[in-house]
Structure formats: structure tokens, C-alpha cells
Design a protein around this ligand. Structure first.
Ligand code: CAA
Length: 248
């Protein structure tokens, strides 16, 4: 398939652990991958590294917390590359601290980056997808949005918010051939998880029936599956991928 006829996928927060694995998997599976970033220096280093590994991925700057910045980024992508078929809302941060000590800034930063970003990015692509009668929105939530986590009132609230968003939007756009789904990873071997104090992390891993952290490529595989054209009838769903840590 030539570059022009490939499905175009935009991954936000692409230079993180999960984002990198997703970009690689999607590229390998035949997508035209566009990586969103915020930090130019980190992005340049990232692109050079994965180019050297054989992955050809376009990069576009945009602050997902800023509605107008996202709008400008998406307009540029659509003018230079083409319409976005699949959006992976992956950008996310943590500001872990127990709620009795949490600042307004800790709350606002996490809600803006992890939840308002989902509105900002999706709002700018959804009408085009509906007009073209094809689209995939994939929201990367978390096991901690399903069950809560000590120290993550902000993060859990944002990640749980994604589920309500997914279910409602899925209903609204189903008849236009657009699907909207959520993936809820458990503890995956990313920098974000490795930043948790070792003692705390070990205690968390001891609660995972599989006895290990997940691999970024295991989540990426699920993203690529949902992004494929074979999943037309899957919408409004949440896929848990947590090694059995939370089953219900
Ligand atoms: N459950 C119950 N009590 C807990 C607890 C827990 N999980 N963790 C800490 N506590 C208790 C301690 O026993 C201690 O109690 P005492 O005061 O009675 O002795 C008290 O809380 C310590 O409170 P502090 O506010 O002083 O806590 P701290 O500074 O030591 O650590 C924290 C707070 C940074 C939030 C730490 O608990 C932590 O890192 N928790 C893990 C958070 C986490 O899992 N983050 C995931 C990041 S990765 C990610 O988010 C990706 C994803 O989607 C999975």
C-alpha cells in the first residue's frame, strides 16, 4: 500500500513509553503514523532514534491542554498529510500525592493533560470523521480510573472521566462509522511507573496475579487491533489490560 492510501493515525504524547511502542506497532502494521509532541528537543532525539531503527514517523508539535494549539496542529496535519482516520488520546501525566495535601495546581494539571486534552483533540477531528463515515477514537485510560489508587485522586478522576466520555461519544457517532473505545492499562514498565518509589511499586506488583509489570508492546498490540478496519462493530467498550490486577 502506498503512503497516500494508508490510514493516518495521530498519537498524542507519542514520545513516552506507551506512545513510542504504539507508534512502532502502528507503523509496522501499515499505518501512516503521526506523533504529537510538546518538547522539541526530546522529540528531535526521539525521532532520530526511531528513524535509525527503521520507523518513519511524522512529528507535529501541539499542546494538548490548549484547544487552539491542538486546532492549529490538526489543521496543519490535515493540510500537509491528509485527514486523520484514527486518534489515540494517549498523552498523560501524574502528580501523585494524597488528597489532603493535593494542591489546586496538582489537580488542574492532571485534569487538563489527561482529560481536557481528550476533548480538545477529539473535538477537532470528530466532524471530519463523521463526514467521511470512518473514524477511530482510542482513549488510553488506566486501571486506576476503574478502581482508584491511593495518591491519585486527580489521575483516577481524569481516567474515570474518559469512560463516560467514551460511552457517550460512541453512541453519538456510531451511525457515522466512527468507533470510540477505551483501553485501561494496568502497571506497565514505563518511566511513569518506574517513578513510583521502589518499595511502593514492589508492593503493587505483588498484587498483580501475573507477578510482573506489563510490556509497552502488549498495550501497543491492543491499540493497533482497535485501530484496524476489522473492528467496525466494537464501540463504547473498555479493554482492560492489567495482568489480572483488577477483574470484574
Ligand atoms: N494504601 C493505604 N495507605 C497507604 C498507601 C496505600 N496504597 N500508601 C501509603 N499509605 C499510607 C502509609 O502507610 C502512611 O500511613 P501513616 O501516615 O499512617 O504511617 C501514609 O499513607 C503516608 O502518607 P504520605 O502522604 O506521607 O505518603 P507518601 O508521601 O509516603 O506517599 C504517594 C504518597 C506518593 C502517593 C505514594 O503512596 C505512592 O507513590 N503511591 C503509588 C501511587 C501510584 O500507584 N501511582 C501510579 C503511577 S503510574 C500510573 O499512574 C500509570 C497507571 O495508569 C497505572
Amino acid at each position: 500500500m502506498d503512503k497516500q492510501s494508508k490510514r493516518i493515525v495521530l498519537v498524542t504524547g507519542a514520545t513516552g513509553g506507551l506512545g513510542t511502542a504504539m507508534c512502532k506497532e502502528l507503523y509496522t502494521d501499515g499505518f501512516h503514523v503521526i506523533a504529537n509532541y510538546r518538547n522539541k528537543q526530546k522529540a528531535d532525539e526521539w525521532q532520530a532514534k526511531i528513524n535509525a531503527e527503521g520507523f518513519v514517523i511524522d512529528m507535529y508539535e501541539g499542546d494538548v491542554t490548549d484547544y487552539d494549539s491542538v486546532g492549529a496542529m490538526i489543521a496543519k496535519i490535515e493540510a500537509e498529510v491528509g485527514p486523520i482516520d484514527t486518534l489515540v488520546n494517549n498523552a498523560g501525566i501524574t502528580r501523585d500525592i494524597r488528597f489532603s495535601k493535593m494542591s489546586k495546581e496538582d489537580w488542574d494539571a492532571v485534569i487538563a493533560t489527561n482529560l481536557t486534552s481528550v476533548f480538545n483533540c477529539t473535538r477537532h477531528v470528530i466532524n471530519g470523521m463523521m463526514e467521511r463515515k470512518y473514524g477511530r477514537i482510542i482513549n488510553i485510560s488506566s486501571v486506576n480510573g476503574q478502581r482508584g489508587q491511593f495518591g491519585q485522586a486527580n489521575y483516577s478522576a481524569a481516567k474515570a472521566g474518559m469512560h463516560g466520555f467514551t460511552k457517550t461519544l460512541a453512541m453519538e457517532v456510531a451511525k457515522y462509522g466512527v468507533t470510540v473505545n477505551t483501553i485501561s492499562p494496568g502497571y506497565i514498565g514505563t518511566d511513569m511507573v518506574m517513578a513510583v518509589a521502589e518499595k511502593v511499586r514492589e508492593q503493587i506488583v505483588s498484587q498483580i496475579p501475573m507477578g510482573r509489570l506489563g510490556g509497552t508492546e502488549e498495550v501497543a498490540h491492543l491499540v493497533s487491533f482497535l485501530a484496524s478496519e476489522k473492528t467496525n462493530f466494537i464501540t463504547g467498550a473498555n479493554y482492560s489490560i492489567n495482568g489480572g490486577q483488577h477483574v470484574y
